[in-house]
Design a protein around this ligand. Structure first.
Ligand SMILES: Cc1cc2nc3c(=O)[nH]c(=O)nc-3n(C[C@H](O)[C@H](O)[C@H](O)COP(=O)(O)O)c2cc1C
Length: 109
């Protein structure tokens, strides 16, 4: 049986996040051929293009984590009719440097 790895992002930084609880429930319901690993976002600095020439370890770790999975799942609350800033910051990090978007060709939900 081929096993696929899904990297999941929890959009909330709350230590009591119901979205993290929800992600655990989703993992229990998932088919046996899916494995899950959380991709952490809370230690990322705020993204700036100034980092593009020299990514900090947190940014590199994020891109390596995405490169190591077959698909990505976002489990997130809504904040003020949008996604939380911490999640947007992680997406910004992963999408850079220009031409090296970590989400390119990665199935995402
Ligand atoms: C700053 C902030 C903004 C929020 N904005 C919205 C919103 O626009 N729409 C909504 O339905 N809930 C909103 N909420 C409620 C959260 O979605 C809700 O509390 C959710 O359960 C938080 O997820 P968590 O438990 O994983 O942290 C907001 C909560 C916070 C803290």
């Amino acid at each position: 049986m081929t096993t696929y790895t899904v990297g999941y992002f929890v959009g909330s930084l709350s230590s009591r996040s119901i979205n993290r609880t929800l992600s655990k429930a989703l993992i229990r319901l998932a088919p046996d051929d899916l494995e899950f690993v959380e991709i952490p976002i809370k230690d990322l600095p705020l993204y700036s293009p100034d980092y593009d020439a020299d990514f900090p370890p947190e940014g590199t770790a994020l891109k390596e984590a995405i490169a190591g999975v077959d698909a990505v799942l976002f489990v997130s609350p809504e904040y003020n009719r949008s996604i939380p800033g911490a999640l947007k910051n992680a997406i910004d990090w992963a999408s850079r440097p220009w031409g090296q978007n970590s989400f390119d060709h990665v199935p995402t939900a």
